[in-house]
Design a protein around this ligand. Structure first.
Ligand SMILES: [Zn+2]
Length: 82
């Protein structure tokens, strides 16, 4: 059976894609006023995102102009399925 070996040293660290749409939804709350914020990454794409390592996704509150960030990690790997 074919196999894929992941090189842990040379793991992917960046995805060279200008608009990467991911089927994930981020729900967070403004730390200042408590307004709820929903980011649907199927429409709010990630631009040249890092992969397999944490990164900060910055948000801005439309109610009070507070800015904050949420630490995310996009995991990507390749596997044999048949
Ligand atoms: Zn706010």
């Amino acid at each position: 059976m074919p196999e894929v070996t992941i090189d842990q040293v040379k793991t992917i660290t960046d995805i060279d894609v200008k608009r990467l749409y991911v089927p994930s939804v981020l729900r967070t709350t403004c730390p200042k006023c408590g307004d709820k914020k929903v980011v649907d990454f199927q429409s709010d794409y990630l631009s040249y995102p890092p992969a397999n390592r944490p990164f900060d996704h910055y948000l801005c509150c439309y109610e009070c102009d507070e800015e904050w960030s949420v630490r995310l990690k996009l995991t990507m790997q390749l596997e044999v399925v048949e």
